[in-house]
Design a protein around this ligand. Structure first.
Ligand code: ZN
Length: 245
């Protein structure tokens, strides 16, 4: 089992850990700050160091209770010994800003435009994000309105934080998970991690987020595509006024 340091402290950039397994499939540590791909957020990349050798982490995947660090070809670190880990913070911080931006837009649609449609998915990149809507009447003007509302929320400086609650408590909160597989998962787990944007949104989520909405910067509309009658795909970028946290 890998202890999830990326949940304990979402801003942890460096850490030390013990190597539990080391092989061609990847490296498993007793704890890690490397975020494994999931929930629309890409994996972290970065470095592991041991006894003067440096290993490059190219991908991170979750498998059951373990987090697998996939290294570039070459040497492997020794099992049973300590490694120093360092994540590529610039990349991760972008992912955090984009992830929180998606939740802000999701919160606005869920709270204020619930009768018009819903968000059905999202994908984060280092320099942009896209979200899918199930909304029949989503014009460019409507999108700009939603983005204007989101930017107002960003500027109002709401706190963003995570907490663990019981599955029963989670299931009693409306919209805590907005997809059917998500709700099914909630019933299986004993404790659920919730990401809260104070006064706007709370949902079951495994991602990493900034701690105040002002860190997101400014959402700028870049593209709107139609993916069928009701399905629309929006792409946006963040103005980079706070690029390093
Ligand atoms: Zn999320």
């Amino acid at each position: 089992m890998t202890e999830k340091l990326y949940w304990k402290d979402q801003r942890m950039r460096e850490f030390s850990a013990v190597v539990l397994k080391s092989g061609e499939d990847g490296v498993v540590l007793d704890r890690t700050a490397f975020y494994p791909r999931g929930g629309g957020q890409p994996a972290d990349t970065g470095l592991l160091k041991q006894n003067g050798s440096t290993f490059s982490v190219e991908n991170v995947e979750k498998k059951g209770d373990e987090v697998i660090h996939v290294l570039s070809d070459g040497e492997l670190p020794n099992t049973g010994e300590t490694v120093q880990g360092a994540i590529d913070w610039g990349r991760r911080y972008s992912h955090m800003r984009y992830h929180t931006a998606i939740h802000i837009l999701d919160g606005i649609v869920t709270q204020r435009h619930n009768d018009e449609g819903t968000l059905t998915g999202g994908q984060i990149y280092q320099d942009r994000a896209r979200i899918d809507f199930d909304m029949s009447d989503l014009s460019r003007e409507k999108v700009q309105e939603l983005i204007d509302e989101a930017n107002e929320v960003i500027g109002s400086g709401l706190k963003v934080y995570s907490k663990e609650i019981s599955s029963d408590e989670a299931l009693s909160i409306p919209n805590i998970s907005r997809t059917l597989p998500g709700r099914e998962l909630l019933e299986k787990l004993e404790s659920i991690r919730i990401v809260v944007i104070e006064g706007l949104d709370e949902q079951a989520d495994g991602g990493t987020h900034v701690s105040n909405t002002t860190e997101v910067g400014k959402i700028v509309f870049s593209k709107l595509q139609s993916k069928g009658k009701r399905n629309k795909r929006l792409e946006f970028v963040l103005e980079d006024d706070n690029p390093h946290g």
